[in-house]
Ligand binder design. Sequence first.
Ligand code: ZN
Length: 507
Amino acid sequence: MNKLLFIGLDCATPQLVFDAWRDELPHLDFLMKHGVHGELQSCIPPITVPAWTAMMSSKDPGELGFYGFRNRKSHRYEELYFANASYNNETMLWNYLEKAGKRSVLIGVPQTYPPRQLNGIVVGCFLTPDKSADYTYPAGIKEDLDAIADGDYIIDVKDFRTDNKDWLLDQIYRMTERRFKVVRHYLHSEAWDFFMFVEMGIDRMHHAFWRYQDAGHRLYEPDSPYSNAIRSYYRYVDRQIGNLLDGLEPGTTVVVASDHGAKKMVGAICVNEWLMQKGYLRLNKPLDGPVKLTPDMIDWKKTRAWGEGGYYSRVFFNVKGREPEGVVSAEEYEAFRNRLKEEIESLGDEQGRPIGTRVFKPEDVYRTVRNIAPDLIVYFGDLDWRAAGKVGTGRIHVYENDTGPDDSNHAEKGIFILKTDPSRLTKAGLSEGQRLDGLSLYDVAPTILDCFRLPTPSGMIGKSILNGVSRSADYLAWSIDPSETEKGYSLEDEEKIKKHLEELGYI
Ligand SMILES: [Zn+2]
Protein backbone atom coordinates (compact mmCIF):
# COMPACT_ATOMS: atom_id res chain seq x y z
CA MET A 1 0.00 0.00 0.00
CA ASN A 2 1.41 3.36 -0.86
CA LYS A 3 -1.07 5.98 0.28
CA LEU A 4 -3.74 6.51 2.90
CA LEU A 5 -6.41 9.21 2.99
CA PHE A 6 -8.04 9.78 6.39
CA ILE A 7 -11.36 11.62 6.27
CA GLY A 8 -12.15 12.86 9.78
CA LEU A 9 -15.77 13.84 10.37
CA ASP A 10 -16.01 15.25 13.88
CA CYS A 11 -19.10 13.87 15.65
CA ALA A 12 -20.36 11.79 12.68
CA THR A 13 -22.69 9.39 14.39
CA PRO A 14 -23.35 5.72 13.58
CA GLN A 15 -27.14 5.73 13.92
CA LEU A 16 -27.30 8.22 11.03
CA VAL A 17 -24.40 7.09 8.82
CA PHE A 18 -24.74 3.32 9.21
CA ASP A 19 -28.46 3.04 9.71
CA ALA A 20 -30.94 5.87 9.10
CA TRP A 21 -29.38 7.56 6.09
CA ARG A 22 -26.93 5.03 4.63
CA ASP A 23 -28.99 4.72 1.44
CA GLU A 24 -28.71 8.45 0.87
CA LEU A 25 -24.95 8.57 1.32
CA PRO A 26 -23.70 6.69 -1.75
CA HIS A 27 -20.01 7.41 -1.35
CA LEU A 28 -19.81 6.45 2.31
CA ASP A 29 -21.95 3.45 1.42
CA PHE A 30 -19.45 2.51 -1.31
CA LEU A 31 -16.59 2.64 1.20
CA MET A 32 -18.57 0.48 3.64
CA LYS A 33 -19.51 -2.04 0.96
CA HIS A 34 -15.95 -2.45 -0.22
CA GLY A 35 -14.31 -2.17 3.16
CA VAL A 36 -15.18 -2.84 6.78
CA HIS A 37 -16.93 -0.56 9.22
CA GLY A 38 -18.17 -0.40 12.77
CA GLU A 39 -19.01 1.76 15.74
CA LEU A 40 -15.92 3.25 17.31
CA GLN A 41 -15.82 3.43 21.10
CA SER A 42 -14.45 6.86 22.05
CA CYS A 43 -12.17 7.66 24.97
CA ILE A 44 -13.30 8.93 28.37
CA PRO A 45 -14.42 11.68 27.95
CA PRO A 46 -15.78 11.52 24.37
CA ILE A 47 -14.85 15.12 23.67
CA THR A 48 -12.94 16.50 20.67
CA VAL A 49 -9.99 17.39 22.91
CA PRO A 50 -8.64 14.90 24.00
CA ALA A 51 -10.35 12.38 21.66
CA TRP A 52 -8.57 13.04 18.36
CA THR A 53 -5.19 13.11 20.07
CA ALA A 54 -6.03 9.91 21.94
CA MET A 55 -6.98 8.35 18.60
CA MET A 56 -3.88 9.46 16.73
CA SER A 57 -1.46 8.51 19.54
CA SER A 58 -3.37 5.47 20.86
CA LYS A 59 -2.79 6.83 24.37
CA ASP A 60 -5.48 7.56 26.92
CA PRO A 61 -6.20 11.04 28.32
CA GLY A 62 -4.47 10.10 31.59
CA GLU A 63 -1.28 9.33 29.70
CA LEU A 64 -1.69 12.46 27.59
CA GLY A 65 -2.22 14.48 30.77
CA PHE A 66 -5.24 16.46 29.62
CA TYR A 67 -8.87 15.70 30.30
CA GLY A 68 -10.73 18.21 28.19
CA PHE A 69 -10.15 21.57 26.55
CA ARG A 70 -9.54 23.35 29.82
CA ASN A 71 -7.34 21.82 32.48
CA ARG A 72 -5.89 22.72 35.82
CA LYS A 73 -2.32 23.91 35.65
CA SER A 74 -1.69 23.58 39.37
CA HIS A 75 -3.71 22.89 42.48
CA ARG A 76 -4.32 26.59 42.91
CA TYR A 77 -7.98 27.28 42.27
CA GLU A 78 -7.65 29.80 39.49
CA GLU A 79 -4.90 28.30 37.37
CA LEU A 80 -6.44 26.80 34.23
CA TYR A 81 -5.03 26.41 30.74
CA PHE A 82 -6.30 25.38 27.32
CA ALA A 83 -4.65 22.22 26.04
CA ASN A 84 -3.43 23.16 22.61
CA ALA A 85 -0.83 21.12 20.70
CA SER A 86 2.06 22.58 22.67
CA TYR A 87 0.92 20.58 25.72
CA ASN A 88 0.92 17.31 23.84
CA ASN A 89 4.19 15.48 24.37
CA GLU A 90 3.04 12.15 22.95
CA THR A 91 4.30 10.69 19.73
CA MET A 92 1.57 10.99 17.15
CA LEU A 93 0.86 8.67 14.26
CA TRP A 94 2.43 11.16 11.83
CA ASN A 95 5.61 11.28 13.91
CA TYR A 96 5.97 7.51 13.53
CA LEU A 97 5.25 7.81 9.82
CA GLU A 98 7.86 10.52 9.47
CA LYS A 99 10.42 8.24 11.15
CA ALA A 100 9.55 5.64 8.55
CA GLY A 101 10.23 8.18 5.79
CA LYS A 102 6.60 9.02 5.05
CA ARG A 103 5.24 12.44 4.27
CA SER A 104 1.98 13.72 5.78
CA VAL A 105 -0.55 16.44 5.12
CA LEU A 106 -2.75 17.41 8.09
CA ILE A 107 -5.64 19.84 7.73
CA GLY A 108 -7.82 20.94 10.62
CA VAL A 109 -6.99 18.00 12.89
CA PRO A 110 -8.08 19.04 16.41
CA GLN A 111 -5.22 19.95 18.72
CA THR A 112 -2.69 20.59 15.94
CA TYR A 113 -2.50 24.28 16.78
CA PRO A 114 0.17 25.56 17.20
CA PRO A 115 1.55 23.41 14.38
CA ARG A 116 4.81 21.56 14.85
CA GLN A 117 7.47 20.90 12.31
CA LEU A 118 6.66 17.89 10.17
CA ASN A 119 7.79 16.17 7.01
CA GLY A 120 4.78 17.55 5.18
CA ILE A 121 2.34 20.35 5.83
CA VAL A 122 -0.03 21.27 8.64
CA VAL A 123 -3.03 23.58 8.58
CA GLY A 124 -3.98 24.08 12.23
CA CYS A 125 -7.33 23.40 13.86
CA PHE A 126 -10.11 25.43 15.49
CA LEU A 127 -7.91 26.08 18.54
CA THR A 128 -6.29 28.79 16.38
CA PRO A 129 -7.17 32.14 18.03
CA ASP A 130 -7.66 33.81 14.64
CA LYS A 131 -6.05 33.85 11.24
CA SER A 132 -3.39 36.37 12.27
CA ALA A 133 -1.79 33.53 14.28
CA ASP A 134 0.81 31.24 12.73
CA TYR A 135 -1.50 28.30 12.27
CA THR A 136 0.22 26.54 9.39
CA TYR A 137 3.47 24.69 8.88
CA PRO A 138 5.32 25.85 6.90
CA ALA A 139 4.19 29.28 8.10
CA GLY A 140 4.02 30.68 4.57
CA ILE A 141 1.24 28.45 3.29
CA LYS A 142 -1.40 30.28 5.27
CA GLU A 143 -1.06 33.11 2.77
CA ASP A 144 -2.30 30.77 0.03
CA LEU A 145 -5.36 29.37 1.75
CA ASP A 146 -7.89 32.10 0.91
CA ALA A 147 -6.98 31.92 -2.77
CA ILE A 148 -7.19 28.11 -2.76
CA ALA A 149 -10.50 28.22 -0.86
CA ASP A 150 -11.82 30.78 -3.32
CA GLY A 151 -12.91 32.98 -0.41
CA ASP A 152 -12.06 33.48 3.24
CA TYR A 153 -10.77 30.10 4.52
CA ILE A 154 -12.92 29.45 7.61
CA ILE A 155 -11.13 27.51 10.35
CA ASP A 156 -14.34 27.25 12.38
CA VAL A 157 -17.68 29.06 12.52
CA LYS A 158 -17.64 32.12 14.74
CA ASP A 159 -20.56 33.49 16.77
CA PHE A 160 -22.06 30.03 17.03
CA ARG A 161 -24.52 31.04 19.73
CA THR A 162 -26.95 32.78 17.46
CA ASP A 163 -30.67 32.53 16.80
CA ASN A 164 -30.06 33.37 13.17
CA LYS A 165 -30.07 29.77 11.98
CA ASP A 166 -30.06 30.72 8.28
CA TRP A 167 -26.87 32.66 8.75
CA LEU A 168 -25.32 29.82 10.75
CA LEU A 169 -26.28 27.24 8.15
CA ASP A 170 -24.76 29.40 5.44
CA GLN A 171 -21.54 29.76 7.47
CA ILE A 172 -21.22 26.03 8.07
CA TYR A 173 -21.71 25.24 4.36
CA ARG A 174 -19.20 27.91 3.40
CA MET A 175 -16.67 26.54 5.89
CA THR A 176 -17.11 22.99 4.59
CA GLU A 177 -17.07 23.92 0.93
CA ARG A 178 -13.86 25.87 1.37
CA ARG A 179 -12.23 23.19 3.51
CA PHE A 180 -12.88 20.59 0.83
CA LYS A 181 -11.44 22.94 -1.80
CA VAL A 182 -8.27 23.24 0.24
CA VAL A 183 -8.22 19.47 0.78
CA ARG A 184 -8.64 18.78 -2.95
CA HIS A 185 -5.92 21.26 -3.77
CA TYR A 186 -3.34 19.67 -1.49
CA LEU A 187 -4.41 16.14 -2.39
CA HIS A 188 -3.27 16.86 -5.91
CA SER A 189 -0.52 19.46 -5.51
CA GLU A 190 1.45 17.92 -2.62
CA ALA A 191 3.42 14.71 -2.43
CA TRP A 192 2.05 12.66 0.46
CA ASP A 193 1.82 9.19 1.90
CA PHE A 194 -0.65 10.04 4.68
CA PHE A 195 -3.29 12.70 4.19
CA MET A 196 -5.66 13.52 7.04
CA PHE A 197 -8.24 16.24 7.44
CA VAL A 198 -11.01 16.79 9.95
CA GLU A 199 -14.19 18.62 9.05
CA MET A 200 -15.96 20.12 12.10
CA GLY A 201 -19.22 20.93 10.31
CA ILE A 202 -21.15 17.81 11.37
CA ASP A 203 -20.48 18.54 15.04
CA ARG A 204 -21.61 22.14 14.61
CA MET A 205 -24.75 21.01 12.72
CA HIS A 206 -25.71 18.52 15.43
CA HIS A 207 -25.41 21.06 18.21
CA ALA A 208 -27.35 23.72 16.32
CA PHE A 209 -30.06 21.76 14.45
CA TRP A 210 -30.72 18.47 16.25
CA ARG A 211 -34.06 19.59 17.72
CA TYR A 212 -35.60 20.01 14.27
CA GLN A 213 -35.13 16.41 13.22
CA ASP A 214 -35.68 14.49 16.43
CA ALA A 215 -39.31 14.08 17.47
CA GLY A 216 -38.05 12.99 20.90
CA HIS A 217 -36.33 16.33 21.55
CA ARG A 218 -38.14 18.60 24.01
CA LEU A 219 -37.81 21.52 21.56
CA TYR A 220 -38.85 19.54 18.48
CA GLU A 221 -40.75 21.69 16.02
CA PRO A 222 -42.70 19.63 13.54
CA ASP A 223 -42.66 21.02 10.00
CA SER A 224 -39.72 23.27 10.74
CA PRO A 225 -37.87 24.53 7.66
CA TYR A 226 -34.80 22.97 9.30
CA SER A 227 -36.22 19.46 9.73
CA ASN A 228 -33.90 18.17 7.03
CA ALA A 229 -30.98 20.48 7.77
CA ILE A 230 -28.68 17.83 9.24
CA ARG A 231 -29.72 15.20 6.71
CA SER A 232 -29.08 17.52 3.75
CA TYR A 233 -25.74 18.46 5.21
CA TYR A 234 -24.70 14.80 5.56
CA ARG A 235 -25.63 14.31 1.89
CA TYR A 236 -23.60 17.37 1.00
CA VAL A 237 -20.56 16.06 2.88
CA ASP A 238 -21.04 12.70 1.16
CA ARG A 239 -20.97 14.39 -2.26
CA GLN A 240 -17.81 16.23 -1.26
CA ILE A 241 -16.27 12.91 -0.24
CA GLY A 242 -17.30 11.52 -3.63
CA ASN A 243 -15.35 14.30 -5.32
CA LEU A 244 -12.27 13.41 -3.31
CA LEU A 245 -12.56 9.69 -4.06
CA ASP A 246 -12.90 10.36 -7.79
CA GLY A 247 -9.47 11.92 -7.95
CA LEU A 248 -7.57 9.36 -5.86
CA GLU A 249 -4.89 7.10 -7.24
CA PRO A 250 -6.22 3.57 -7.50
CA GLY A 251 -5.22 1.48 -4.53
CA THR A 252 -5.26 4.37 -2.05
CA THR A 253 -6.51 3.19 1.33
CA VAL A 254 -9.35 5.31 2.75
CA VAL A 255 -10.29 5.67 6.40
CA VAL A 256 -13.34 7.60 7.59
CA ALA A 257 -13.69 8.12 11.32
CA SER A 258 -15.25 10.32 13.96
CA ASP A 259 -14.06 11.02 17.47
CA HIS A 260 -17.50 10.45 19.09
CA GLY A 261 -21.14 10.39 18.10
CA ALA A 262 -24.17 12.47 18.99
CA LYS A 263 -27.45 12.10 20.82
CA LYS A 264 -30.23 14.44 21.78
CA MET A 265 -29.68 16.56 24.87
CA VAL A 266 -32.40 16.50 27.50
CA GLY A 267 -31.17 19.46 29.53
CA ALA A 268 -28.41 20.55 31.85
CA ILE A 269 -27.62 19.62 35.43
CA CYS A 270 -26.18 22.42 37.53
CA VAL A 271 -23.50 20.44 39.25
CA ASN A 272 -22.41 23.25 41.56
CA GLU A 273 -25.96 24.08 42.52
CA TRP A 274 -26.37 20.43 43.53
CA LEU A 275 -23.09 20.47 45.48
CA MET A 276 -24.34 23.58 47.29
CA GLN A 277 -27.65 21.95 48.16
CA LYS A 278 -25.79 18.95 49.54
CA GLY A 279 -23.60 21.25 51.65
CA TYR A 280 -20.36 20.35 49.86
CA LEU A 281 -19.89 23.78 48.29
CA ARG A 282 -20.34 27.10 50.08
CA LEU A 283 -20.30 30.59 48.55
CA ASN A 284 -19.09 33.75 50.28
CA LYS A 285 -22.45 35.48 49.82
CA PRO A 286 -25.91 34.70 48.48
CA LEU A 287 -26.65 35.32 44.83
CA ASP A 288 -29.46 37.26 43.14
CA GLY A 289 -29.54 35.18 39.98
CA PRO A 290 -27.60 32.76 37.83
CA VAL A 291 -23.90 33.52 37.34
CA LYS A 292 -20.84 31.60 36.31
CA LEU A 293 -18.99 30.22 39.33
CA THR A 294 -15.54 31.72 39.81
CA PRO A 295 -13.01 30.76 42.51
CA ASP A 296 -13.26 34.12 44.30
CA MET A 297 -16.97 33.46 45.01
CA ILE A 298 -16.24 30.31 46.98
CA ASP A 299 -15.83 30.04 50.74
CA TRP A 300 -13.01 27.54 50.43
CA LYS A 301 -12.77 26.81 54.16
CA LYS A 302 -16.27 25.35 53.98
CA THR A 303 -16.06 23.75 50.55
CA ARG A 304 -15.28 20.11 49.89
CA ALA A 305 -15.90 19.90 46.15
CA TRP A 306 -16.73 21.96 43.07
CA GLY A 307 -17.45 21.13 39.46
CA GLU A 308 -16.78 22.28 35.92
CA GLY A 309 -19.52 22.28 33.30
CA GLY A 310 -19.45 21.13 29.69
CA TYR A 311 -20.75 18.11 27.80
CA TYR A 312 -19.62 16.11 30.82
CA SER A 313 -18.67 17.26 34.29
CA ARG A 314 -15.44 17.22 36.17
CA VAL A 315 -15.65 17.31 39.93
CA PHE A 316 -12.66 18.46 41.95
CA PHE A 317 -12.11 18.02 45.66
CA ASN A 318 -10.67 20.63 47.99
CA VAL A 319 -8.02 18.45 49.58
CA LYS A 320 -6.00 19.38 52.66
CA GLY A 321 -2.31 19.80 51.79
CA ARG A 322 -3.09 19.75 48.06
CA GLU A 323 -5.36 22.75 47.39
CA PRO A 324 -4.35 26.04 49.09
CA GLU A 325 -7.29 26.00 51.51
CA GLY A 326 -8.07 22.30 51.38
CA VAL A 327 -10.45 20.72 53.86
CA VAL A 328 -10.86 17.06 52.79
CA SER A 329 -8.17 15.11 54.64
CA ALA A 330 -6.12 12.40 52.96
CA GLU A 331 -7.66 9.81 55.30
CA GLU A 332 -11.24 10.62 54.35
CA TYR A 333 -10.54 11.28 50.65
CA GLU A 334 -11.47 7.85 49.30
CA ALA A 335 -14.54 7.43 51.47
CA PHE A 336 -15.73 10.88 50.46
CA ARG A 337 -15.08 10.09 46.82
CA ASN A 338 -17.10 6.87 47.03
CA ARG A 339 -19.93 8.65 48.77
CA LEU A 340 -20.05 11.45 46.20
CA LYS A 341 -19.88 8.97 43.33
CA GLU A 342 -22.85 7.13 44.75
CA GLU A 343 -24.81 10.29 45.40
CA ILE A 344 -24.19 11.68 41.93
CA GLU A 345 -25.13 8.36 40.35
CA SER A 346 -28.41 8.35 42.19
CA LEU A 347 -29.31 11.94 41.24
CA GLY A 348 -32.38 11.58 39.03
CA ASP A 349 -34.35 13.90 36.78
CA GLU A 350 -36.69 16.58 38.14
CA GLN A 351 -39.21 13.94 39.16
CA GLY A 352 -36.48 11.90 40.80
CA ARG A 353 -36.57 9.17 38.14
CA PRO A 354 -33.24 7.45 37.52
CA ILE A 355 -31.27 8.82 34.56
CA GLY A 356 -28.35 6.39 34.44
CA THR A 357 -25.55 8.77 35.40
CA ARG A 358 -22.08 7.24 35.25
CA VAL A 359 -19.17 8.42 37.39
CA PHE A 360 -15.54 7.43 36.83
CA LYS A 361 -12.44 7.64 38.97
CA PRO A 362 -9.51 8.57 36.71
CA GLU A 363 -7.22 5.80 37.97
CA ASP A 364 -9.90 3.20 37.15
CA VAL A 365 -10.15 4.21 33.50
CA TYR A 366 -6.64 5.40 32.58
CA ARG A 367 -3.37 3.50 32.55
CA THR A 368 -1.61 6.40 34.26
CA VAL A 369 -2.87 9.73 35.52
CA ARG A 370 -0.57 12.59 34.55
CA ASN A 371 -0.90 16.24 35.52
CA ILE A 372 -4.07 17.18 37.37
CA ALA A 373 -7.04 14.96 36.67
CA PRO A 374 -10.51 15.60 38.02
CA ASP A 375 -11.26 13.63 41.19
CA LEU A 376 -14.43 12.39 39.49
CA ILE A 377 -15.53 12.37 35.85
CA VAL A 378 -19.30 12.50 35.44
CA TYR A 379 -21.60 11.58 32.53
CA PHE A 380 -24.96 12.93 33.66
CA GLY A 381 -27.73 10.65 32.42
CA ASP A 382 -25.10 8.76 30.42
CA LEU A 383 -24.57 12.03 28.47
CA ASP A 384 -28.28 12.70 27.89
CA TRP A 385 -27.69 15.74 30.10
CA ARG A 386 -24.88 18.24 29.89
CA ALA A 387 -23.33 19.78 33.01
CA ALA A 388 -23.71 23.46 33.77
CA GLY A 389 -21.16 25.11 36.05
CA LYS A 390 -23.29 28.15 36.88
CA VAL A 391 -24.74 28.86 40.31
CA GLY A 392 -27.65 30.93 41.56
CA THR A 393 -30.23 29.12 39.43
CA GLY A 394 -31.97 27.81 42.54
CA ARG A 395 -32.59 24.64 40.54
CA ILE A 396 -30.50 21.64 39.66
CA HIS A 397 -32.18 20.85 36.34
CA VAL A 398 -32.28 23.62 33.76
CA TYR A 399 -33.42 23.69 30.16
CA GLU A 400 -32.86 27.22 28.93
CA ASN A 401 -30.20 27.78 26.38
CA ASP A 402 -27.96 30.39 27.96
CA THR A 403 -24.63 28.63 28.06
CA GLY A 404 -24.37 27.68 24.43
CA PRO A 405 -26.15 25.46 21.96
CA ASP A 406 -27.79 22.55 23.67
CA ASP A 407 -29.62 20.57 21.00
CA SER A 408 -27.37 17.55 21.20
CA ASN A 409 -24.70 16.07 23.40
CA HIS A 410 -21.80 13.81 22.52
CA ALA A 411 -22.38 10.07 22.48
CA GLU A 412 -19.68 7.53 23.22
CA LYS A 413 -19.69 5.80 19.86
CA GLY A 414 -18.37 7.36 16.68
CA ILE A 415 -17.87 5.78 13.26
CA PHE A 416 -15.02 3.90 11.62
CA ILE A 417 -14.78 2.84 7.98
CA LEU A 418 -11.69 1.29 6.37
CA LYS A 419 -11.41 0.53 2.69
CA THR A 420 -8.09 -1.04 1.81
CA ASP A 421 -6.54 -3.74 -0.34
CA PRO A 422 -9.12 -6.57 -0.28
CA SER A 423 -6.33 -9.15 0.14
CA ARG A 424 -5.37 -7.49 3.45
CA LEU A 425 -8.94 -7.88 4.62
CA THR A 426 -9.06 -11.51 3.55
CA LYS A 427 -5.77 -12.24 5.27
CA ALA A 428 -7.17 -10.74 8.47
CA GLY A 429 -10.25 -12.95 8.19
CA LEU A 430 -12.47 -10.00 7.30
CA SER A 431 -14.77 -9.69 4.36
CA GLU A 432 -15.83 -6.73 2.26
CA GLY A 433 -18.92 -5.04 3.61
CA GLN A 434 -18.53 -6.56 7.07
CA ARG A 435 -19.77 -4.61 10.08
CA LEU A 436 -17.38 -5.08 12.98
CA ASP A 437 -18.10 -4.96 16.69
CA GLY A 438 -15.88 -3.84 19.50
CA LEU A 439 -13.74 -1.27 17.69
CA SER A 440 -11.97 1.26 19.86
CA LEU A 441 -10.64 4.68 19.02
CA TYR A 442 -7.29 3.39 20.26
CA ASP A 443 -7.23 0.84 17.40
CA VAL A 444 -7.13 3.50 14.70
CA ALA A 445 -3.43 4.47 14.83
CA PRO A 446 -2.17 0.83 15.01
CA THR A 447 -4.45 -0.08 12.10
CA ILE A 448 -3.15 2.79 9.97
CA LEU A 449 0.46 1.87 10.76
CA ASP A 450 -0.39 -1.69 9.79
CA CYS A 451 -1.79 -0.45 6.47
CA PHE A 452 1.71 0.95 5.88
CA ARG A 453 3.07 -2.41 7.07
CA LEU A 454 4.59 -0.77 10.13
CA PRO A 455 4.45 -2.41 13.57
CA THR A 456 2.41 -1.22 16.52
CA PRO A 457 4.64 0.66 18.98
CA SER A 458 4.63 -1.08 22.34
CA GLY A 459 3.12 1.82 24.26
CA MET A 460 -0.03 2.03 22.18
CA ILE A 461 -3.26 0.88 23.80
CA GLY A 462 -5.02 -0.37 20.68
CA LYS A 463 -4.32 -3.08 18.18
CA SER A 464 -4.54 -3.26 14.42
CA ILE A 465 -7.82 -4.62 13.17
CA LEU A 466 -5.76 -6.20 10.39
CA ASN A 467 -4.08 -8.34 13.09
CA GLY A 468 -0.81 -6.46 13.08
CA VAL A 469 2.61 -7.43 11.78
CA SER A 470 5.75 -8.12 13.68
CA ARG A 471 8.88 -6.34 12.66
CA SER A 472 11.73 -4.50 14.33
CA ALA A 473 10.41 -1.42 16.05
CA ASP A 474 13.71 0.48 15.96
CA TYR A 475 12.18 3.24 13.92
CA LEU A 476 9.92 4.03 16.84
CA ALA A 477 12.53 5.86 18.92
CA TRP A 478 11.25 9.40 19.06
CA SER A 479 11.23 12.27 21.47
CA ILE A 480 9.76 15.72 21.38
CA ASP A 481 12.19 18.61 21.74
CA PRO A 482 11.21 20.01 25.17
CA SER A 483 11.87 23.56 23.99
CA GLU A 484 8.90 23.12 21.65
CA THR A 485 6.46 22.29 24.40
CA GLU A 486 4.01 24.19 26.54
CA LYS A 487 4.03 27.52 24.86
CA GLY A 488 0.37 27.94 25.67
CA TYR A 489 -1.55 31.04 24.64
CA SER A 490 -0.95 34.72 25.23
CA LEU A 491 -3.58 36.26 27.52
CA GLU A 492 -5.24 37.91 24.55
CA ASP A 493 -5.39 34.68 22.54
CA GLU A 494 -6.62 32.82 25.59
CA GLU A 495 -9.61 35.16 25.79
CA LYS A 496 -10.42 34.50 22.13
CA ILE A 497 -10.27 30.73 22.62
CA LYS A 498 -12.31 30.92 25.81
CA LYS A 499 -15.04 32.89 24.05
CA HIS A 500 -15.07 30.49 21.12
CA LEU A 501 -15.23 27.33 23.25
CA GLU A 502 -17.94 28.84 25.46
CA GLU A 503 -20.04 29.63 22.40
CA LEU A 504 -19.64 26.08 21.23
CA GLY A 505 -20.69 24.73 24.62
CA TYR A 506 -17.45 22.87 25.29
CA ILE A 507 -16.78 24.73 28.54
ZN1 ZN B 1 -15.53 16.12 18.37
